[in-house]
Design a binder for this molecule. Structure first.
Ligand SMILES: [Zn+2]
Length: 149
């Protein structure tokens, strides 16, 4: 039984990309504003977000990520994991790797599905929500739109 003091319902995984940080296309602010999560949550911030989880091989990075999720489950009793990949992610080679925005979106939809499956295999009780954060630059400012996948 986890004490209320330590309890937290949700863990969020997103990319280290500076464009998602406060003062830019603030991803955490967007999540709260869109009622995707309450303001209290665990966070795992790592280059490529779901990339290592989606990989077929059990790499050191994948083991590390699963262990981090395990910590959130064990010590904070999280019930939900929110996985967020973003467009133009350089861990994946950026938008230029895809000939259209539709193809980039479809690629990330598949990646998120693979990553979510890896999480569910290891933590069957966790509910997993997937989002693609669409980054756009408007007059030197970065904006983000969250697409549910
Ligand atoms: Zn990224």
């Amino acid at each position: 039984m986890i004490k209320d003091t330590y309890f937290c319902r949700t863990c969020i995984i997103y990319c280290m990309d500076w464009r998602l940080s406060p003062g830019k296309a603030d991803i955490e602010k967007a999540l709260i504003k869109n009622n995707i999560t309450e303001p209290v949550f665990d966070r795992i911030i790592i280059g490529g977000a779901g990339k290592n989880l989606a990989a077929e091989n059990l790499s050191e990075e994948k083991k590390f990520l699963l262990a981090q999720i395990g910590i959130a489950v064990k010590f904070h009793g999280i019930e939900k994991l929110i996985l967020i990949n973003h467009t133009d992610c350089l861990a994946y080679g950026g938008s230029k790797k895809h000939s259209t925005t539709e193809l980039e979106e479809a690629f990330h939809t598949d990646e998120l599905e693979l990553a979510a499956n890896a999480v569910k295999m290891n933590f069957p009780k966790l509910s997993v929500e997937k989002y693609l954060a669409e980054l756009k630059q408007k007059e030197q400012e970065w904006e983000v739109k969250l697409l549910r996948k």
